[in-house]
Design a binder for this molecule. Structure first.
Ligand code: UDP
Length: 237
């Protein structure tokens, strides 16, 4: 199996580590995710991962319940660091060298994000996990993923979701919803499709950075994406 990408950046949401419960960390799911990451790294790609924190706290939700928004957002970013540490631990137990780089400095537990250092780790074959999103409140981890992907020269963003691609309507509500195999940035923005926030999609468009939206819980799916099989939805120019 030959990869079609050299340096993919995988975006995993916090929910993707929570399993059926939808919140908290599920050790079995984290272990399974780490095994998938080990297998795709073994294909010879330089693998970067961005992990969100929505399984622990989302700023907007906490703000709606009365918390100060910026404070809640910083808590959300810290939640991403917790997830990244869990994933790092699972990867290291599988013998995969891994570095966590955080957008907020917590040097006792992880390296601060330094672009050149991140690239060097990738060149040395380490899995690099970016945590803490952009480091700024009022943004999302998806935007953090688009930003880091552009900075490190990733050739694709692999956006792992619970749905098997991008649909023209919500497939859980509309039985006639149809999945796109391919989609242009233009169309994604015009139709306001919600697979990523608009800031993230714009950033990808400006940098001609393709996105593949796919269901990572389906076994073998991520390998298929890496070797260029049509899985999920590809969003590009
Ligand atoms: N967040 C933020 N700035 C960022 C990234 C994340 O403020 O650059 C906060 C925001 O409150 C968000 C929370 O962290 O709700 C968790 O991130 P997100 O919801 O994007 O995580 P995911 O859906 O990927 O788990």
């Amino acid at each position: 199996m030959k990869p079609v990408y050299k340096r993919p950046l995988l975006k995993v949401s916090g929910e993707g580590l929570a399993g059926e419960e939808g919140s908290g960390l599920n050790p079995t799911v984290i272990q399974g995710t780490a095994e998938q990451l080990r297998d795709i790294r073994a294909l010879g790609v330089e693998l970067a991962v961005v992990v969100g924190g929505g399984n622990i706290i989302r700023g907007m939700t906490a703000a709606a319940q009365g918390m100060d928004r910026a404070t809640a957002d910083y808590m959300g970013m810290l939640a991403g660091v917790i997830n990244a540490m869990a994933l790092q631990s699972a990867l290291e137990q599988l013998g995969v060298p891994t570095r966590v780089l955080t957008a907020l400095e917590i040097t006792e537990v992880a390296e601060p994000y330094i672009r050149r250092r991140a690239i060097r780790h990738l060149e040395k074959g380490r899995v690099v996990i970016f945590a803490g999103g952009t480091g700024n409140p009022y943004f999302t981890t998806d935007t953090g993923a688009a930003l880091r992907a552009a900075e490190i020269g990733a050739d694709v963003i692999l956006k792992a979701t619970q749905v098997d691609g991008v649909y023209d309507a919500d497939p859980s509500k509309d039985p006639n919803a149809t999945r796109y195999d391919q989609l242009s940035f233009e169309e994604a923005i015009q139709k306001n499709l919600q697979f990523m926030d608009q800031t993230a999609i714009q950033l990808c468009r400006e940098n001609s950075l393709p996105i593949v939206v796919f269901d990572m819980s389906a076994p073998g799916n991520i390998q298929k994406v890496i070797v260029g099989e049509t899985v999920g939805t590809r969003v590009s120019d």
